[in-house]
Design a protein around this ligand. Structure first.
Ligand SMILES: Nc1ncnc2c1ncn2[C@@H]1O[C@H](COP(=O)(O)OP(=O)(O)OP(=O)(O)O)[C@@H](O)[C@H]1O
Ligand SMILES: [Mg+2]
Length: 434
Protein backbone atom coordinates (compact mmCIF):
# COMPACT_ATOMS: atom_id res chain seq x y z
CA UNK A 1 0.00 0.00 0.00
CA UNK A 2 3.05 2.23 0.19
CA UNK A 3 3.34 5.42 2.16
CA UNK A 4 -0.25 6.46 2.28
CA UNK A 5 -1.70 8.30 5.19
CA UNK A 6 -0.10 7.27 8.44
CA UNK A 7 -3.51 6.72 9.98
CA UNK A 8 -3.95 3.94 7.45
CA UNK A 9 -0.41 2.67 7.53
CA UNK A 10 -0.50 2.32 11.30
CA UNK A 11 -3.94 0.86 11.58
CA UNK A 12 -3.84 -1.90 14.17
CA UNK A 13 -3.23 -5.35 12.71
CA UNK A 14 -4.09 -7.21 15.88
CA UNK A 15 -6.90 -6.77 18.36
CA UNK A 16 -4.37 -6.20 21.14
CA UNK A 17 -3.14 -3.13 19.25
CA UNK A 18 -6.56 -1.46 19.38
CA UNK A 19 -6.19 1.07 22.15
CA UNK A 20 -8.85 2.23 24.59
CA UNK A 21 -12.50 1.21 24.43
CA UNK A 22 -11.63 -1.89 26.42
CA UNK A 23 -15.25 -2.73 27.14
CA UNK A 24 -16.31 -2.58 23.50
CA UNK A 25 -13.40 -4.76 22.46
CA UNK A 26 -14.19 -7.33 25.13
CA UNK A 27 -17.87 -7.43 24.19
CA UNK A 28 -17.09 -7.91 20.55
CA UNK A 29 -14.53 -10.65 21.17
CA UNK A 30 -17.01 -12.47 23.38
CA UNK A 31 -19.74 -12.19 20.77
CA UNK A 32 -17.42 -13.52 18.06
CA UNK A 33 -16.35 -16.41 20.25
CA UNK A 34 -19.97 -17.54 20.35
CA UNK A 35 -19.97 -17.77 16.58
CA UNK A 36 -16.72 -19.65 16.72
CA UNK A 37 -18.17 -22.17 19.15
CA UNK A 38 -20.89 -22.70 16.57
CA UNK A 39 -23.44 -21.38 19.01
CA UNK A 40 -25.01 -18.75 16.80
CA UNK A 41 -25.63 -15.82 19.16
CA UNK A 42 -29.12 -14.55 19.78
CA UNK A 43 -28.23 -11.32 18.02
CA UNK A 44 -26.61 -12.18 14.73
CA UNK A 45 -25.43 -8.66 14.04
CA UNK A 46 -23.33 -6.31 16.14
CA UNK A 47 -23.87 -2.60 15.76
CA UNK A 48 -20.83 -0.44 16.61
CA UNK A 49 -21.55 3.20 17.20
CA UNK A 50 -19.64 6.20 18.46
CA UNK A 51 -17.57 9.19 17.40
CA UNK A 52 -15.11 9.14 14.50
CA UNK A 53 -11.57 7.88 14.80
CA UNK A 54 -12.10 5.71 17.85
CA UNK A 55 -11.37 2.28 16.39
CA UNK A 56 -14.73 0.96 15.17
CA UNK A 57 -13.62 -0.03 11.70
CA UNK A 58 -10.13 -0.90 12.97
CA UNK A 59 -11.42 -3.44 15.45
CA UNK A 60 -13.26 -5.41 12.79
CA UNK A 61 -10.32 -5.28 10.39
CA UNK A 62 -7.83 -6.33 13.05
CA UNK A 63 -10.02 -9.16 14.26
CA UNK A 64 -10.64 -10.57 10.83
CA UNK A 65 -7.00 -10.28 9.85
CA UNK A 66 -5.79 -11.88 13.04
CA UNK A 67 -8.25 -14.76 12.95
CA UNK A 68 -8.14 -15.41 9.24
CA UNK A 69 -11.64 -14.36 8.26
CA UNK A 70 -12.56 -13.39 4.75
CA UNK A 71 -14.04 -9.98 5.25
CA UNK A 72 -16.65 -8.65 2.91
CA UNK A 73 -16.85 -4.92 3.35
CA UNK A 74 -19.51 -2.57 2.09
CA UNK A 75 -19.84 1.14 2.67
CA UNK A 76 -23.50 1.91 2.93
CA UNK A 77 -22.79 5.52 1.89
CA UNK A 78 -21.39 4.44 -1.43
CA UNK A 79 -24.20 2.09 -2.35
CA UNK A 80 -27.07 3.78 -4.02
CA UNK A 81 -30.02 1.51 -3.70
CA UNK A 82 -31.38 -1.23 -1.54
CA UNK A 83 -31.14 -3.44 -4.61
CA UNK A 84 -27.38 -2.90 -4.74
CA UNK A 85 -27.02 -3.72 -1.11
CA UNK A 86 -29.15 -6.81 -1.47
CA UNK A 87 -27.25 -8.27 -4.37
CA UNK A 88 -23.82 -7.66 -2.89
CA UNK A 89 -24.77 -8.97 0.48
CA UNK A 90 -27.12 -11.84 -0.28
CA UNK A 91 -24.13 -13.71 -1.52
CA UNK A 92 -21.86 -12.73 1.30
CA UNK A 93 -24.17 -13.57 4.15
CA UNK A 94 -25.18 -17.00 2.90
CA UNK A 95 -23.19 -19.82 4.43
CA UNK A 96 -21.05 -21.37 1.80
CA UNK A 97 -20.24 -25.00 2.29
CA UNK A 98 -18.36 -25.23 -0.99
CA UNK A 99 -15.86 -22.48 -0.43
CA UNK A 100 -15.53 -23.19 3.24
CA UNK A 101 -13.42 -20.61 5.02
CA UNK A 102 -14.61 -18.25 7.65
CA UNK A 103 -16.39 -15.18 6.56
CA UNK A 104 -17.72 -12.05 8.16
CA UNK A 105 -19.46 -9.03 6.73
CA UNK A 106 -18.87 -5.41 7.63
CA UNK A 107 -21.36 -2.74 6.63
CA UNK A 108 -19.76 0.59 7.41
CA UNK A 109 -21.29 4.06 7.51
CA UNK A 110 -24.81 2.82 7.94
CA UNK A 111 -26.11 6.38 8.26
CA UNK A 112 -25.57 6.55 4.51
CA UNK A 113 -28.38 4.04 4.13
CA UNK A 114 -30.64 6.25 6.20
CA UNK A 115 -29.99 9.27 4.04
CA UNK A 116 -31.18 7.51 0.93
CA UNK A 117 -34.49 6.93 2.67
CA UNK A 118 -36.55 6.38 -0.43
CA UNK A 119 -34.45 3.44 -1.52
CA UNK A 120 -35.47 1.23 1.37
CA UNK A 121 -31.93 0.47 2.40
CA UNK A 122 -32.76 0.22 6.07
CA UNK A 123 -35.38 -2.38 5.28
CA UNK A 124 -32.86 -4.29 3.18
CA UNK A 125 -30.37 -4.24 6.04
CA UNK A 126 -32.98 -5.35 8.53
CA UNK A 127 -33.88 -8.29 6.35
CA UNK A 128 -30.22 -9.15 6.06
CA UNK A 129 -29.73 -9.18 9.82
CA UNK A 130 -32.59 -11.64 10.10
CA UNK A 131 -31.25 -13.94 7.44
CA UNK A 132 -27.50 -13.87 7.81
CA UNK A 133 -25.64 -17.03 8.64
CA UNK A 134 -22.28 -15.31 9.15
CA UNK A 135 -21.29 -12.63 11.68
CA UNK A 136 -22.48 -9.23 10.52
CA UNK A 137 -21.12 -5.97 11.87
CA UNK A 138 -22.85 -2.65 11.25
CA UNK A 139 -21.13 0.65 12.00
CA UNK A 140 -22.44 4.18 12.32
CA UNK A 141 -21.52 7.29 14.25
CA UNK A 142 -25.01 7.77 15.54
CA UNK A 143 -27.37 4.93 16.18
CA UNK A 144 -30.26 6.86 17.71
CA UNK A 145 -31.90 8.06 14.53
CA UNK A 146 -35.54 7.03 14.64
CA UNK A 147 -35.26 5.36 11.27
CA UNK A 148 -32.66 2.94 12.56
CA UNK A 149 -34.97 1.56 15.20
CA UNK A 150 -35.76 -1.73 13.45
CA UNK A 151 -32.05 -2.38 13.07
CA UNK A 152 -31.22 -1.31 16.58
CA UNK A 153 -33.70 -3.74 18.05
CA UNK A 154 -32.14 -6.69 16.29
CA UNK A 155 -28.48 -5.94 16.92
CA UNK A 156 -26.05 -6.25 19.76
CA UNK A 157 -25.22 -2.60 20.38
CA UNK A 158 -21.58 -1.89 21.16
CA UNK A 159 -20.68 1.66 22.17
CA UNK A 160 -17.35 3.32 21.36
CA UNK A 161 -16.23 6.44 23.19
CA UNK A 162 -13.72 9.18 22.53
CA UNK A 163 -10.24 7.97 23.35
CA UNK A 164 -8.39 9.23 26.39
CA UNK A 165 -5.80 11.90 25.73
CA UNK A 166 -3.21 9.78 27.47
CA UNK A 167 -3.84 6.83 25.13
CA UNK A 168 -3.66 9.06 22.09
CA UNK A 169 -0.35 10.50 23.22
CA UNK A 170 1.07 7.04 23.62
CA UNK A 171 -0.02 5.97 20.17
CA UNK A 172 1.41 9.15 18.66
CA UNK A 173 4.76 8.42 20.29
CA UNK A 174 4.78 4.88 18.93
CA UNK A 175 3.99 6.06 15.43
CA UNK A 176 6.54 8.86 15.57
CA UNK A 177 9.14 6.36 16.64
CA UNK A 178 8.25 3.93 13.85
CA UNK A 179 8.52 6.79 11.37
CA UNK A 180 11.88 7.89 12.75
CA UNK A 181 10.41 11.23 13.70
CA UNK A 182 11.49 13.21 16.69
CA UNK A 183 8.67 15.23 18.14
CA UNK A 184 8.52 17.55 21.01
CA UNK A 185 6.65 16.16 24.01
CA UNK A 186 4.62 19.37 24.31
CA UNK A 187 3.52 19.05 20.70
CA UNK A 188 2.37 15.48 21.26
CA UNK A 189 0.27 16.70 24.17
CA UNK A 190 -1.16 19.58 22.17
CA UNK A 191 -2.13 17.40 19.24
CA UNK A 192 -3.72 14.84 21.54
CA UNK A 193 -5.74 17.47 23.34
CA UNK A 194 -7.00 19.14 20.22
CA UNK A 195 -8.02 15.88 18.66
CA UNK A 196 -10.84 15.58 21.16
CA UNK A 197 -10.50 11.84 21.40
CA UNK A 198 -10.30 11.28 17.64
CA UNK A 199 -7.15 9.28 16.94
CA UNK A 200 -7.42 9.55 13.17
CA UNK A 201 -7.39 13.34 13.44
CA UNK A 202 -4.43 13.18 15.81
CA UNK A 203 -2.39 10.95 13.51
CA UNK A 204 -3.23 13.14 10.52
CA UNK A 205 -2.00 16.16 12.44
CA UNK A 206 1.20 14.36 13.35
CA UNK A 207 1.82 13.45 9.74
CA UNK A 208 1.07 16.95 8.57
CA UNK A 209 3.68 18.49 10.85
CA UNK A 210 6.17 15.95 9.62
CA UNK A 211 5.93 17.30 6.09
CA UNK A 212 9.48 18.22 5.14
CA UNK A 213 10.58 21.71 4.10
CA UNK A 214 7.69 23.76 5.41
CA UNK A 215 8.23 22.54 8.93
CA UNK A 216 6.55 24.32 11.71
CA UNK A 217 4.53 26.72 9.59
CA UNK A 218 2.16 23.93 8.71
CA UNK A 219 1.80 23.01 12.35
CA UNK A 220 0.09 26.16 13.47
CA UNK A 221 -2.01 26.52 10.34
CA UNK A 222 -3.37 23.06 10.63
CA UNK A 223 -4.09 23.15 14.31
CA UNK A 224 -5.71 26.53 14.06
CA UNK A 225 -7.98 25.52 11.23
CA UNK A 226 -9.18 22.54 13.24
CA UNK A 227 -10.12 24.72 16.14
CA UNK A 228 -11.77 27.37 14.04
CA UNK A 229 -13.76 24.65 12.37
CA UNK A 230 -15.15 23.50 15.69
CA UNK A 231 -15.97 27.00 16.81
CA UNK A 232 -17.59 27.73 13.50
CA UNK A 233 -19.96 24.79 13.82
CA UNK A 234 -21.02 26.00 17.24
CA UNK A 235 -21.44 29.46 15.86
CA UNK A 236 -23.60 28.23 12.99
CA UNK A 237 -25.87 26.44 15.44
CA UNK A 238 -26.39 29.77 17.22
CA UNK A 239 -26.89 31.82 14.09
CA UNK A 240 -29.36 29.44 12.50
CA UNK A 241 -31.03 28.85 15.85
CA UNK A 242 -31.85 32.51 16.44
CA UNK A 243 -35.54 33.33 16.46
CA UNK A 244 -35.41 37.02 17.09
CA UNK A 245 -32.94 39.87 16.76
CA UNK A 246 -32.28 39.71 20.48
CA UNK A 247 -31.18 36.08 20.16
CA UNK A 248 -28.46 37.24 17.82
CA UNK A 249 -27.10 39.81 20.21
CA UNK A 250 -23.55 39.10 21.28
CA UNK A 251 -23.30 35.99 19.15
CA UNK A 252 -20.49 37.38 17.04
CA UNK A 253 -18.54 38.94 19.89
CA UNK A 254 -16.81 35.75 20.87
CA UNK A 255 -16.70 34.16 17.46
CA UNK A 256 -13.45 32.51 16.48
CA UNK A 257 -13.87 33.95 12.99
CA UNK A 258 -13.71 37.50 11.74
CA UNK A 259 -16.87 38.91 10.22
CA UNK A 260 -15.89 37.95 6.68
CA UNK A 261 -15.36 34.42 7.89
CA UNK A 262 -18.77 34.38 9.53
CA UNK A 263 -20.29 35.74 6.32
CA UNK A 264 -18.69 32.93 4.34
CA UNK A 265 -19.86 30.24 6.70
CA UNK A 266 -23.40 31.59 6.91
CA UNK A 267 -23.84 32.23 3.21
CA UNK A 268 -22.39 28.88 2.20
CA UNK A 269 -24.56 27.08 4.71
CA UNK A 270 -27.81 28.76 3.72
CA UNK A 271 -28.57 25.98 1.29
CA UNK A 272 -27.89 23.26 3.81
CA UNK A 273 -30.35 24.92 6.20
CA UNK A 274 -33.14 26.38 4.14
CA UNK A 275 -34.77 24.52 1.29
CA UNK A 276 -37.86 26.58 0.62
CA UNK A 277 -36.94 28.73 -2.41
CA UNK A 278 -38.83 31.84 -1.26
CA UNK A 279 -37.27 31.69 2.17
CA UNK A 280 -33.85 31.07 0.69
CA UNK A 281 -34.19 34.12 -1.50
CA UNK A 282 -35.21 36.15 1.53
CA UNK A 283 -32.21 34.89 3.47
CA UNK A 284 -29.81 35.82 0.67
CA UNK A 285 -31.38 39.27 0.54
CA UNK A 286 -30.85 39.73 4.27
CA UNK A 287 -27.23 38.72 3.97
CA UNK A 288 -26.72 41.11 1.09
CA UNK A 289 -28.18 43.87 3.26
CA UNK A 290 -25.94 42.90 6.12
CA UNK A 291 -22.97 43.03 3.82
CA UNK A 292 -23.97 46.44 2.55
CA UNK A 293 -24.26 47.89 6.06
CA UNK A 294 -20.90 46.47 7.02
CA UNK A 295 -19.24 47.91 3.94
CA UNK A 296 -20.84 51.32 4.44
CA UNK A 297 -19.77 51.36 8.04
CA UNK A 298 -16.18 50.92 7.04
CA UNK A 299 -16.25 53.02 3.89
CA UNK A 300 -17.68 56.09 5.54
CA UNK A 301 -16.20 55.32 8.92
CA UNK A 302 -19.69 55.20 10.35
CA UNK A 303 -19.11 52.54 12.92
CA UNK A 304 -22.57 52.88 14.41
CA UNK A 305 -23.81 51.20 11.22
CA UNK A 306 -21.85 48.09 12.08
CA UNK A 307 -24.55 47.02 14.49
CA UNK A 308 -27.18 46.85 11.75
CA UNK A 309 -24.95 44.60 9.75
CA UNK A 310 -24.04 42.33 12.61
CA UNK A 311 -27.64 42.11 13.81
CA UNK A 312 -28.83 41.02 10.37
CA UNK A 313 -25.99 38.59 9.98
CA UNK A 314 -26.30 36.96 13.36
CA UNK A 315 -30.08 36.66 13.60
CA UNK A 316 -31.47 37.06 10.06
CA UNK A 317 -30.83 33.55 8.78
CA UNK A 318 -32.27 31.98 11.92
CA UNK A 319 -35.41 34.09 11.79
CA UNK A 320 -36.01 33.16 8.17
CA UNK A 321 -35.35 29.51 8.91
CA UNK A 322 -37.76 29.44 11.84
CA UNK A 323 -40.49 30.83 9.59
CA UNK A 324 -40.27 27.70 7.43
CA UNK A 325 -40.23 25.21 10.34
CA UNK A 326 -37.60 23.26 8.45
CA UNK A 327 -35.18 21.17 10.48
CA UNK A 328 -32.18 22.01 8.37
CA UNK A 329 -29.38 19.66 7.38
CA UNK A 330 -25.92 19.29 8.82
CA UNK A 331 -23.67 22.31 8.75
CA UNK A 332 -20.82 21.92 6.33
CA UNK A 333 -17.34 23.30 6.17
CA UNK A 334 -17.36 25.89 3.36
CA UNK A 335 -14.64 24.11 1.39
CA UNK A 336 -16.77 20.99 1.36
CA UNK A 337 -19.71 22.90 0.02
CA UNK A 338 -17.46 24.30 -2.64
CA UNK A 339 -16.43 20.77 -3.45
CA UNK A 340 -20.07 20.02 -4.14
CA UNK A 341 -20.38 23.14 -6.28
CA UNK A 342 -17.39 22.51 -8.50
CA UNK A 343 -17.97 22.20 -12.19
CA UNK A 344 -18.74 18.77 -13.48
CA UNK A 345 -15.31 18.14 -14.99
CA UNK A 346 -13.53 19.19 -11.83
CA UNK A 347 -15.91 17.13 -9.81
CA UNK A 348 -15.31 14.07 -11.93
CA UNK A 349 -11.59 14.47 -11.58
CA UNK A 350 -11.89 14.92 -7.86
CA UNK A 351 -14.20 11.96 -7.71
CA UNK A 352 -11.67 9.78 -9.49
CA UNK A 353 -9.09 10.83 -6.91
CA UNK A 354 -11.51 9.99 -4.13
CA UNK A 355 -12.17 6.61 -5.63
CA UNK A 356 -8.47 5.89 -5.70
CA UNK A 357 -8.22 6.92 -2.07
CA UNK A 358 -11.27 4.92 -1.07
CA UNK A 359 -10.04 1.79 -2.80
CA UNK A 360 -6.78 1.92 -0.85
CA UNK A 361 -8.11 2.95 2.53
CA UNK A 362 -11.15 1.69 4.29
CA UNK A 363 -13.16 4.81 3.78
CA UNK A 364 -16.17 5.71 1.71
CA UNK A 365 -15.59 8.32 -0.94
CA UNK A 366 -17.46 10.88 1.11
CA UNK A 367 -15.29 10.22 4.13
CA UNK A 368 -12.21 10.44 1.91
CA UNK A 369 -13.43 13.88 0.82
CA UNK A 370 -13.57 15.25 4.34
CA UNK A 371 -10.86 13.24 6.09
CA UNK A 372 -8.24 12.79 3.41
CA UNK A 373 -8.44 15.40 0.70
CA UNK A 374 -7.48 18.41 2.85
CA UNK A 375 -4.32 16.63 3.98
CA UNK A 376 -3.43 15.41 0.54
CA UNK A 377 -3.74 18.94 -0.75
CA UNK A 378 -1.70 20.35 2.06
CA UNK A 379 1.10 17.87 1.49
CA UNK A 380 1.15 18.52 -2.22
CA UNK A 381 1.24 22.24 -1.65
CA UNK A 382 4.18 21.72 0.65
CA UNK A 383 5.88 19.92 -2.21
CA UNK A 384 5.43 16.41 -0.87
CA UNK A 385 4.22 14.32 -3.82
CA UNK A 386 4.86 10.93 -2.22
CA UNK A 387 1.27 10.23 -1.28
CA UNK A 388 -0.06 11.49 -4.62
CA UNK A 389 2.37 9.19 -6.40
CA UNK A 390 1.52 6.17 -4.34
CA UNK A 391 -2.13 6.75 -5.18
CA UNK A 392 -1.25 6.79 -8.86
CA UNK A 393 -2.79 10.20 -9.48
CA UNK A 394 -2.55 11.55 -12.99
CA UNK A 395 -1.13 14.97 -13.79
CA UNK A 396 -4.59 16.36 -14.43
CA UNK A 397 -5.84 15.07 -11.13
CA UNK A 398 -2.92 16.68 -9.33
CA UNK A 399 -3.54 19.98 -11.12
CA UNK A 400 -7.21 19.94 -10.26
CA UNK A 401 -6.49 19.33 -6.62
CA UNK A 402 -3.84 22.00 -6.42
CA UNK A 403 -5.98 24.61 -8.10
CA UNK A 404 -8.72 24.10 -5.53
CA UNK A 405 -7.03 26.12 -2.84
CA UNK A 406 -9.46 26.38 0.03
CA UNK A 407 -9.28 30.15 0.29
CA UNK A 408 -12.31 31.68 1.85
CA UNK A 409 -14.38 33.87 -0.40
CA UNK A 410 -17.76 35.35 0.11
CA UNK A 411 -19.84 33.86 -2.63
CA UNK A 412 -23.48 34.62 -2.02
CA UNK A 413 -25.52 36.43 -4.62
CA UNK A 414 -25.69 40.10 -3.91
CA UNK A 415 -25.81 43.36 -5.76
CA UNK A 416 -22.21 44.44 -6.24
CA UNK A 417 -22.46 48.10 -5.36
CA UNK A 418 -18.94 49.00 -4.54
CA UNK A 419 -16.85 46.80 -6.72
CA UNK A 420 -14.08 49.34 -7.18
CA UNK A 421 -13.20 49.37 -3.52
CA UNK A 422 -10.40 47.02 -2.60
CA UNK A 423 -11.65 44.26 -0.38
CA UNK A 424 -10.46 44.49 3.19
CA UNK A 425 -11.45 42.28 6.05
CA UNK A 426 -13.57 43.62 8.82
CA UNK A 427 -10.80 42.72 11.21
CA UNK A 428 -8.44 44.98 9.29
CA UNK A 429 -11.02 47.73 9.27
CA UNK A 430 -11.47 47.44 12.98
CA UNK A 431 -7.74 47.64 13.47
CA UNK A 432 -7.57 50.82 11.49
CA UNK A 433 -10.24 52.33 13.58
CA UNK A 434 -8.65 51.51 16.92
N1 LIG B 1 -8.74 2.47 19.13
C1 LIG B 1 -7.76 2.60 18.21
N2 LIG B 1 -6.62 1.93 18.31
C2 LIG B 1 -5.64 2.08 17.39
N3 LIG B 1 -5.73 2.89 16.33
C3 LIG B 1 -6.85 3.60 16.17
C4 LIG B 1 -7.94 3.49 17.09
N4 LIG B 1 -8.91 4.30 16.70
C5 LIG B 1 -8.49 4.90 15.59
N5 LIG B 1 -7.25 4.50 15.26
C6 LIG B 1 -6.45 5.03 14.14
O1 LIG B 1 -7.26 5.93 13.42
C7 LIG B 1 -7.59 5.44 12.12
C8 LIG B 1 -9.09 5.49 11.92
O2 LIG B 1 -9.72 4.63 12.86
P1 LIG B 1 -11.05 3.86 12.50
O3 LIG B 1 -11.20 3.74 11.04
O4 LIG B 1 -11.07 2.60 13.29
O5 LIG B 1 -12.09 4.87 13.08
P2 LIG B 1 -13.66 4.72 13.18
O6 LIG B 1 -14.01 4.64 14.63
O7 LIG B 1 -14.12 3.62 12.30
O8 LIG B 1 -14.09 6.14 12.64
P3 LIG B 1 -15.31 6.59 11.65
O9 LIG B 1 -16.51 6.67 12.51
O10 LIG B 1 -14.87 7.92 11.17
O11 LIG B 1 -15.39 5.55 10.57
C9 LIG B 1 -7.05 4.01 12.09
O12 LIG B 1 -6.49 3.72 10.83
C10 LIG B 1 -6.01 3.98 13.17
O13 LIG B 1 -4.77 4.38 12.65
MG1 LIG C 1 -14.97 3.69 10.38
Amino acid sequence: MGALLWAEKHRPRRVSEVIGNEEAVAEFVKWMSEWERKAVPKQKAAFFYGPPGTGKTSLVLAYSEERGYDLVQVNASDRRTAEDLRSVLAHATASNAVLGGRRMVLIDEVEGAVMSAESGSVAALTELVDRTSVPLVLIANDVWDQRLMPLRERCKLIAFRRLRSRDIEERLRTIAQREGLRVDEELVKTIAQRSRGDLRAAINDLQAIAVPVTGSRVVTELLESREVELNAFELMAKVFGARSLSDGRGVLTNAGLDIDGVMTWVSENLQTQIKDPKALEEAYRILADADLHLRRASRFQRWELMKYGTALLSAGPGIVKSSTSERGGRFEFPSRIRFLQQTRVERELTRSVLEKVASRTHMSTSKAATEFLPYLRMMMKAGDMGVAKSLGLTEREVDTLLSKAPELQVKHEKPEVETARPRTTVRARRARRG
